[in-house]
Design a protein around this ligand. Structure first.
Ligand SMILES: Cc1cc2nc3c(=O)[nH]c(=O)nc-3n(C[C@H](O)[C@H](O)[C@H](O)COP(=O)(O)OP(=O)(O)OC[C@H]3O[C@@H](n4cnc5c(N)ncnc54)[C@H](O)[C@@H]3O)c2cc1C
Length: 343
């Protein structure tokens, strides 16, 4: 049932809430001049929604230098892309982006607004939901339909439990985990169209002074055939030596880590694997003391072969591992190294 609660920033007012909404609007992201993979993965999710609840699928792109990406997206999907070109977004600004989305979304009649669970999607989605008076479901990795009702799935508690969430408001902002939905591969017959709109909107709430790019992903990780990754399960900083000794057994190997280790300063951020770190696909990924939270898994699930060592037999990493070792890593790694020496 629609809540009568008045949302503090719902500037569109009740007319917007009453309007008929018949579309899934995908907020497109760019990677250079091309469509970011997550945008096409969102198209797969939109189609699943469309199968259950007939609706239109629309793309909305907001930023600076959007035209080339919008044309790429239209060509790849054969659909219409609305691209809002804003000189004011030469440097990304959350508030300006939100105000532009808020201005253009109502005209596209969204029932669902889809974004990636990416740094940008995570920044915008909850704020946008509040402004639209919408519901917000984040980190979705699957969709199912029960008794005609859509149920979005996401994991919680480091991947140990799966939640199913049903949209309860007439408009819902949804973010999808990168890699969870498979981008459609088929060729399209139409070229699609691009509707370019320009915007001079600049938020008075904040100003971007400049953007400093993070150091590039360490060459070692992207080039390694074998990655040995340490997680919180290593317990102490001293145990990193065990991980390094394990890595040294393999030629062309590198050491990586889950986010908590980088947050603790035990390893540099360029070695972090996952949603907010590097995406890697070595021939062998050796996960030591890593639970396999979805934010870590999205960065390494494309690896050729996965070996995971964890004390917890129910660790989520075992769902994607080829070899599951339920053991204390302080016992397993020295035993494994001893075997290697014998060999
Ligand atoms: C927005 C957002 C972005 C994020 N981005 C990332 C990201 O990019 N990368 C990332 O990694 N995480 C990321 N996270 C964090 C993520 O949700 C998890 O909290 C994190 O991955 C958990 O790290 P872990 O597996 O090392 O630790 P834990 O979840 O604590 O797992 C430790 C594992 O080690 C096992 N263990 C403990 N002791 C031993 C032992 N002696 N021997 C063997 N096993 C043992 C435990 O049973 C457990 O399975 C992000 C989170 C958020 C909210």
């Amino acid at each position: 049932m629609e809540s009568s609660r008045k949302w503090p920033f719902c500037e569109q007012g009740t007319e917007f809430m009453k309007k008929t909404r018949d579309a899934v609007v995908i907020i497109a992201e760019a990677q250079g001049d091309e469509t970011a993979p997550i945008t096409l993965e969102l198209l797969a999710l939109a189609r699943e929604i469309q199968l259950a609840q007939p609706c239109k699928i629309r793309f909305l792109m907001v930023g600076h230098g959007t035209e080339a990406t919008a044309r790429d997206l239209a060509r790849r999907t054969g659909r219409e892309v609305v691209a809002v070109e804003a000189e004011t977004l030469r440097d990304y600004n959350t508030e300006t982006c939100l105000e532009i989305l808020q201005e253009h979304l109502p005209g596209l009649s969204p029932r669902f607004v889809l974004m990636g669970q990416t740094p940008r999607g995570m920044d915008l989605a909850p704020r946008l939901a509040v402004r639209l008076g919408a519901g917000c479901i984040t980190g979705v990795d699957a969709l199912c339909v029960e008794e005609g009702e859509l149920r979005f799935s996401r994991t919680a508690f480091g991947g140990k439990i799966s939640l199913q969430m049903a949209p309860a408001r007439s408009i819902t902002v949804v973010t999808a985990t990168p890699g969870a939905f498979t981008a459609p591969q088929e060729s399209v017959s139409s070229q699609g169209t691009v509707r370019l709109v320009s915007s001079a909107r600049r938020s008075a709430r904040s100003r971007t002074l400049g953007i400093i790019e993070a150091p590039r992903q360490e060459r070692g990780l992207s080039e390694a055939d074998v990655i040995v990754a340490a997680g919180r399960g290593i317990g102490t900083r001293e145990n990193l030596a065990l991980i390094e000794r394990l890595a040294s057994v393999f030629p062309r190997s590198a050491v990586a880590a889950s986010r908590p280790l980088c947050d603790q300063g035990w390893m540099d951020y360029p070695r972090q694997v996952g949603l907010t770190g590097a995406t890697v696909s070595p021939k062998l990924y050796f996960a030591c003391g890593i639970s396999g939270a979805v934010q870590h898994a999205v960065g390494m699930q494309g690896s050729g072969f996965i070996v995971a060592v964890s004390r917890d037999p129910h660790a989520a990493i075992f769902r994607i591992a080829d070899v599951c070792v339920v053991d204390d890593l302080e016992a397993f790694i020295p035993a494994f190294l001893a075997l290697c020496r014998e060999e």
